[in-house]
Design a protein around this ligand. Structure first.
Ligand SMILES: C[S@@+](CC[C@H](N)C(=O)[O-])C[C@H]1O[C@@H](n2cnc3c(N)ncnc32)[C@H](O)[C@@H]1O
Ligand code: SF4
Ligand code: SF4
Length: 331
């Protein structure tokens, strides 16, 4: 029996207009000067070939960078919709004005995740490095509700030192918000695209990102678990309980954190960069490029087999799994 991918995560842009404290993708100017971005034709070819290979339900997630900066994004979204893939957009919402949301509605999207790290506008804008982000995120919720009534709206929130004391209040706000479907938490990781030591969280530059009071963090996460357990709708908290438990383990001792079971990456998810490189885990290198081959050939290649074996045996103390694709039931 052939195991086929169920999920494709496309980093559709490697640019960003914000200046987030916890993510430095915006410092990567490489892609501004390169000409090897995938064009719409290349995405179309890839998605049609993928359709021939994978089965439903199949999920395509768009992230980056800021996906809305890719001027082919709406065309790509439309192709996904036409092919029956379930699409998910993660965005900082900065570009989501009325025209853009109407265009997204016409293309069709199943889920939109809006990043929002605080209900205090100054804290959110401080973290995102630009004024007006909070106002635009709030505006986006109303616009998506109005023009994309069939789309799920999730809030994506990073648990950090600076917002830990408001996380329960924040969760209750989402729960009581009639236009929001849920909140998905991530825990703060080493800032993305930043060349910092493993002990980055004790550096002054990142003060405030790491929740240094372990007890307080534990209590907050325990309360999230209790809210999730005690409500038939999970209190609109999208994270499974085993992932929330994992957050505690990681926050208690990031250097000592050990993944409880074998790494499941490579079982069913593929990652694609803005220039077409395919990988199963960033650390294990590429297994191909969608410009050169079909996903079926790449997934079934010897190179992919080798990487899948290395992933199954990987004993790295990897933080990546805390937030991404973690399935506690992996053997
Ligand atoms: C890299 S962003 C790309 C999508 C979009 N630009 C956005 O901000 O929503 C994807 C998600 O990663 C989160 N993120 C950024 N830096 C992080 C970090 N250091 N640790 C954990 N999550 C982080 C963002 O808040 C966002 O929800
Ligand atoms: S988290 Fe998103 S919005 Fe912030 S810099 Fe990274 S890509 Fe941009
Ligand atoms: S480096 Fe991390 S994500 Fe990659 S295979 Fe090892 S544990 Fe999994």
């Amino acid at each position: 029996m052939i195991y086929k991918p169920r999920h494709c995560d496309i980093a559709i842009s490697h640019q960003c207009m914000l200046r987030c404290k916890m993510c430095h993708i915006w410092q990567d100017t490489r892609s501004f000067h390169e000409t090897n971005w995938l064009d719409l034709k290349a995405y179309k070819k890839f998605l049609y070939e993928l359709r021939d290979f994978v089965e439903d339900p199949f999920f395509v997630s768009f992230g980056g960078g800021e996906p809305l900066l890719n001027h082919n994004f709406l065309g790509i979204l439309k192709i996904c919709q036409d092919l029956g893939f379930k699409s998910c957009l993660s965005t900082n919402a900065y570009l989501l004005d009325e025209d853009k949301v109407r265009e997204i509605s016409q293309a069709g999207v199943n889920t939109i995740g809006i990043s929002l790290d605080s209900l205090d506008k100054y804290t959110h804008d401080y973290l995102r490095g630009k004024q007006g982000c909070w106002d635009r995120a709030m505006r986006a919720i109303d616009l998506i509700d109005r023009y994309c009534p069939d789309s799920i709206i999730n809030i994506l929130t990073i648990i950090m030192g600076i917002n830990i004391s408001e996380i329960i209040y924040f969760t209750k706000w989402v729960y009581n918000h009639p236009k929001l479907d849920g909140v998905i938490f991530q825990v703060i990781q080493k800032p993305f695209n930043a060349h910092v030591p493993e002990e980055w969280h004790i550096l002054d530059e990142y003060a405030g990102l790491w929740p240094s009071d372990n007890n307080a963090a534990n209590l907050v996460i325990d309360e999230l678990i209790a809210l999730r357990q005690s409500h038939h709708d999970g209190f609109k908290i999208g994270n499974p309980i085993y992932q929330l438990e994992l957050f505690k383990l990681y926050l208690m001792n990031p250097q000592g954190f050990i993944k409880p079971r074998r790494c499941h990456l490579g079982d069913n998810a593929i990652r694609i960069t803005w220039d077409g490189h395919v990988s199963l885990c960033d650390e294990m290198g590429d297994i191909g490029n969608i410009k050169d081959d079909t996903m079926q050939n790449i997934w079934l290649s010897e190179k992919a087999d080798t990487v899948k074996r290395r992933i199954a045996a990987c004993d790295k103390n990897c933080h990546f799994l805390v937030n991404c694709y973690y399935h506690g039931d992996s053997e």
